[in-house]
Ligand binder design. Structure first.
Ligand SMILES: [Zn+2]
Length: 239
């Protein structure tokens, strides 16, 4: 594992605003007057873009002063480079960001649990998120599941959206939160995926029609006027 350094990114968010009675949903509803601190967690280099790339693009368009802490847990140097280039492309020039690649061994997360838990504590010590995007607790991939468990284990008072990753195992479920997306946003999400992840292009599932297909399916379930959406699982909401 590479040595890690965490810089302070964003502002102390939740504690001060929680004392004023604000919830993350309040912050989202206030438009750009109150931009959220967003933590995005992915086990592998392309998970964040696949799971919530469109929603991040929409959130950042609506809240351009957000701060984003972007964490990819695994990856060789080549995959970490892909992750950084893709994250920077998606976040654009103006977003305050910290991009961290952990270098844990792909496929072996449950056997590196103590080290990964320490890593999560490091993230928690340097960034105070309002909203967290992470893997789904019921995901069939063992790395994804561990990240979901440690997210809930580490962050105890936060709005957490669990995203979905299509895969051979066929573990898609019934999301209970949908974020509607414009066609333009979906095209940008898919273009970023196809542009930056050269190491994945030989995989039969890594195609633009698969990504558009899931966006279309969730858009239908969300009755989206644009026909597109991303689906999430939210297990606790405080109003
Ligand atoms: Zn993954």
């Amino acid at each position: 594992m590479r040595a890690l350094s965490f810089d302070q990114v964003g502002r102390p968010a939740l504690d001060a605003r929680a004392q004023a009675g604000e919830t993350p949903l309040d912050i989202l509803a206030q438009g750009d007057g109150q931009s959220p601190n967003i933590l995005v967690l992915g086990a592998h280099a392309d998970d964040i873009e696949i799971g919530c790339g469109g929603s991040l693009l929409r959130l950042l368009a609506e809240h351009p002063h957000s701060a984003v802490h972007w964490v990819v847990l695994s990856g060789s140097e080549a995959r970490a480079e892909e992750a950084r280039a893709s994250a920077n492309d998606l976040l654009g020039a103006g977003t305050q960001r910290e991009i961290v690649c952990g270098g844990f061994r792909d496929g072996f997360f449950p056997y590196q649990g103590a080290e990964i838990k320490d890593f999560f504590e490091g993230v928690k010590s340097c960034f105070t998120p309002d909203i967290i995007f992470t893997h789904r607790r019921d995901d069939a991939h063992q790395d994804h599941r561990l990240i979901a468990e440690l997210t809930w284990n580490t962050f105890r008072d936060h709005l957490i959206f669990e995203y979905e990753i299509p895969k051979y195992d066929g573990d898609l479920g019934q999301p209970n939160v949908f974020i509607r997306l414009s066609e333009e946003t979906c095209e940008r999400k898919v273009a970023i995926l196809m542009r930056h992840f050269a190491t994945q292009r030989n995989k039969h599932w890594f195609t633009d029609d698969l990504f558009f297909g899931l966006l279309r399916l969730r858009g239908m379930e969300a009755n989206s006027p644009t026909t597109y959406a991303e689906g999430f699982y939210c297990r606790k909401v405080v109003i």
